[in-house]
Design a protein around this ligand. Sequence first.
Ligand code: PLP
Length: 427
Amino acid sequence: MSKPLSQYSVENLQTLEAELAREYSHVGGNRLSLDLSRGKPGADQLDLSNGLDAVIDGNYFAEDGTDVRNYGNLRGITEARQLGADILKVPAANVIAGGNSSLSLMHFVVSTALHPGLWGDHRAWRNSPTVKVLTPVPGYDRHFALTAALGIEMVNVDMTPQGPDLEQIQALVTEDPSIKGIWCVPKYSNPTGCIYSQGVVEGIAGLSNLAAADDFVVLWDNAYAVHDLYFPAESLASVFLSAQEQNTADHVVQFGSTSKITFAGGGIGFIAASELVLAQLEKQLGLMTIGSDKVNQLRHARFLNGRLEEHMQAQATLLRPKFELVLKYLQSELAELDIASWTSPKGGYFVSLDLQPGLAQQVIAMAKAVGLTLTHAGATFPHGEDPRDNNIRIAPTFADLEELEVAMQVLTLCVKLASVRNRLNGT
Ligand SMILES: Cc1ncc(COP(=O)(O)O)c(C=O)c1O
């Protein structure tokens, strides 16, 4: 196989199809049970944080004397807010350290934007007959699910290697006052792994100055802010500073969490915003809770403050070989045939694979039939609808290296077989 599939004669395609089909039926006999759908840390990564158990050691008092066993302190304890500030690269005064999940904080912020609004004045999304949010695609399925569940329409914009297409975004927000916000995963985006360029960060930070809506909000989910695979770490331009410069700080809300730093779903979620917005959010938060789990906040702060990068380097040591293995297989099995393209992220949790149009569902079903579960087709698009049916999200973190190797053999085999059959059907 040393040339693009498009240059194969029908006869060569038939020979290759027979070879690959034989290999596929052989794999089918192996009773595999593999899974590349789970964007979760592996057990070895979780082990890196077992020290969380010991750091409280009977001392429940925060630096300022707060007894973390008791109610109160809606914005979180000082050292946990500092941890959020170090992750999101903003001042600690602009951070709320919350409960165990940034996703629940996103739901909370979007609900607050709908009603009663983020600014303590007349502006609230629910005053508009239609509410829409821009969704760069491919993107994170849970953003889409929560947006749809709150009755908000989604308008797709294209991702580029530098982030979402800024010109498309600027045209849309300028024209349509029902467009109230945009979802962003600015560093190691889920699933493409791209990092937004400085121009894109600055453009997005300034959107509320251009928007026809006066209640436009940038939902900046920096879930992979410190999840670098290589060091020195890649940098992301500061949306916080850019928003301050452009006088739009009240229209940018950032999110982060320690979910993929320590224990997934057992960490701290963070919000960063201007004081005006934080004050409104604190008021609303007070209706839901008398305070988050400050014992958890304290143990995280004690465990991570001052050694965050060292901890993330240890995570990277475990994850790098997995990403490199995935990329090695994509390159060695698919590159010469020229039947797919993929991203090569330097961090985060995913590799995004684009097949020839119309093949994603088919490849995912073929893989499933021989024991490899992949993220379901369309998951990276609102309402599960990938208009080109060509995107597959690969999540290499949870499987161990041996499983990952077999999984990539199976995946690339399915891609080749489906692509050859597709070509034969089209000839
Ligand atoms: C982009 C993004 N945001 C948020 C989350 C979930 O974060 P949390 O565990 O803090 O709710 C994930 C998890 O996969 C994610 O990929």
